[in-house]
Design a binder for this molecule. Structure first.
Ligand code: ZN
Length: 133
């Protein structure tokens, strides 16, 4: 259902927003905490520069606010409405969720942010794979 060429693919997997060929991050695993936000400078397939302008990714903080709320609401619904825990436990689970998922929230918001400004480019993507073969 989710495949290359869809914005959601780049957002979920953190791949280059233009060619979807490789990860934007130096370390694919977001839980290597020292490398959560270490990104490559540009894509080795299509040579897209990720940092469009200096401190481009500061804007992703607005997105992370929204993503954080989405995670908090999900945590609340699951613990309070579905698992029927008390209100107190539900709030603790919100805090726990935000801490545990912080690296993912940070990356998701960067991915969403860059995908607002860039879109998948079929030609760039196929050029990249030609070079590979
Ligand atoms: Zn690329």
């Amino acid at each position: 259902m989710i495949r290359k060429g869809m914005k959601l693919y780049s957002i979920l997997f953190g791949v280059c927003p233009k060619c979807h060929q490789e990860s934007m991050y130096q370390n694919k695993n977001p839980y290597v905490l020292s490398e959560v936000i270490k990104m490559r400078e540009s894509c080795s397939h299509c040579h897209t520069k990720y940092q469009i302008e200096p401190s481009f990714f500061y804007g992703s903080m607005y997105v992370s606010y929204a993503v954080g709320i989405a995670f908090a609401v999900a945590a609340f619904i699951i613990s309070y409405n579905i698992l029927e825990f008390s209100l107190m436990i539900a709030f603790i689970s919100i805090i726990g969720t935000l801490i545990v998922f912080a690296p993912i929230i940070m990356r998701l918001s960067r991915n969403i942010w860059i995908n607002i400004f860039m879109s998948y480019d079929k030609e760039l993507a196929s050029k990249g794979s030609e070079k590979q073969s």
